[in-house]
Design a protein around this ligand. Structure first.
Ligand code: NIG
Ligand code: FE
Length: 414
């Protein structure tokens, strides 16, 4: 681990932006860079590759035979390396679970937005410590499965105090925090939805905006209509928040078109789109974030990824991790579902789970491995990234670096 690697002929000295020790990660059978200038295809594949990490950043990427010297050496023995997954849609701050609701659904009950209120009650009753511990557990699960960036939403508090504490908890784990006070109308204001929208766009926004980077709204029958959703998004934007929309999940509706109208970063779910929705998303440059674990766990038809891709829409994949519609932290599972059930190619699914997620969060420093990018890597116990879909359910992620530090190191023992 600490040996020096002799410089191969023609190699360059690594640049250490941090001035600290550099690490040469070599023996990479297949490297997914997502940098088309580094290798063929959108994945920018490099075979027999190496990387140099300097502090929290990537300093060099290329063929192992041309690798520069570094202070430390890690040999991955032919394993595949890809950028850490970017999970751009997750609801991690909650208490309790809804296993009985899931079992009932698998016995024939339909999924309904109203189940969210069960989790709202449990979340309000939880202590701060319980919320932090549950979020930490889920973030650790995500990391173990290769996710190095995760967006975290509020949305199970629905009071000023409970939404702002949810975001304060989320902030402990991610800079990608999203204010989702407009998840459903709070139960105590069910008879007066306009009053709830006034709360969400007024005092609740005041309390939440300092902890949030994004604002999101569940624009769906049973949650918020187009006018209410527009009011929430415009209010958030006026406080400097970026826009995301839960759109067209349970049926056709105005969410995707609203996301396009307001040039949101992402329209999420996109399960029920018409041709005009698809064109509007493409023309406005809105990323369509697909969440196949939600269709899996609600036994619903999957979104038409091919139609979006063929129309030229940027597609992201994310978990939607939440206790109601998709209780998974596994991006590899989502990649496998996208390939098998949504007719994405393995390369498209891997791109969407990494670079696509970065696009949905408007990040250029993650989801890609090139000099200057964040040193966030996932190592697979497999020779290529195709294995993520080819070997579903197998825990292939055997190593993870986040910000240049090894966080999961099963490969080191083997
Ligand atoms: O994205 N659609 C809205 N929110 C979540 C589900 C939340 C829940 O059922 O608790 C989703 O699927
Ligand atoms: Fe969601």
């Amino acid at each position: 681990m600490t040996a020096h690697l002799p410089a191969a002929s023609g190699s360059a000295e690594p640049v250490s932006a941090s001035g600290g020790p550099t690490t040469l990660v070599t023996g990479i059978g297949e490297l997914v860079t997502n940098d088309p200038t580094a290798g063929p295809g959108p994945l920018g594949l490099v075979r027999d590759a190496a990387l140099v990490l300097a502090g929290a950043r990537v300093a060099w990427v290329g063929p192992a035979a041309r690798a520069p010297v570094a202070d430390r050496l890690v040999d991955l023995g032919g394993r595949c390396v890809l950028p850490g997954f970017v999970d751009s849609h997750a609801h991690l701050v909650f208490a309790g679970d809804r296993a009985e609701e899931f079992a009932a659904r698998m016995s024939g009950q339909p999924y309904a937005a109203g189940g969210i209120r069960t989790t709202v009650a449990a979340t309000r009753a939880a202590t701060d410590e319980q919320l932090v511990a549950n979020t930490a557990r889920l973030v650790a699960e995500l990391l173990r499965q290769g996710s190095t960036t995760v967006e975290i939403k509020s949305g199970y508090g629905l009071t000023v105090a409970d939404e702002s504490r949810s975001l304060a908890v989320a902030r402990q784990f991610s800079t990608e925090t999203t204010y989702l006070g407009a998840h459903v109308v709070a139960p105590e204001l069910a008879a007066d939805p306009a009053a709830y929208v006034a709360l969400v766009t007024g005092p609740m926004l005041d309390a939440c905006a300092p902890h949030a980077r994004w604002v999101d709204v569940f624009c769906e029958r049973g949650a918020f209509d187009a006018d209410a959703a527009r009011a929430v998004l415009v209010a958030g934007r006026s406080r400097g928040l970026g826009l995301r929309v839960h759109a067209n999940q349970l049926g056709p509706g105005p969410g995707a078109r609203l996301a396009a109208e307001l040039a949101a970063a992402s329209a999420d779910h996109c399960t029920h789109l018409d041709d005009e929705d698809v064109t509007a998303l493409r023309d406005a440059g809105v990323v369509a974030t697909l969440l196949p674990a939600a269709e899996f766990s609600t036994r619903s038809p999957y979104p038409d990824a091919r139609r979006l891709l063929d129309a030229g829409v940027t597609v992201a994949l994310a978990t939607d991790c939440n206790p109601g519609s998709a209780y998974t932290t596994s991006m590899p599972f989502c990649v496998a579902l996208a390939v098998r059930e949504m007719r994405m190619t393995p390369a498209e699914a891997v791109w969407s789970a990494t670079a696509g997620g970065a696009a949905a969060l408007r990040r250029t420093d993650v989801g890609v491995l090139r000099p200057g990018a964040r040193a966030d890597l996932a190592v697979l116990d497999a020779p290529s990234a195709v294995h993520l879909a080819y070997r579903p359910g197998v825990p292939l992620v055997s190593g993870v670096w986040k910000d240049g530090a090894p966080r999961v190191t099963a490969w080191a023992a083997g």
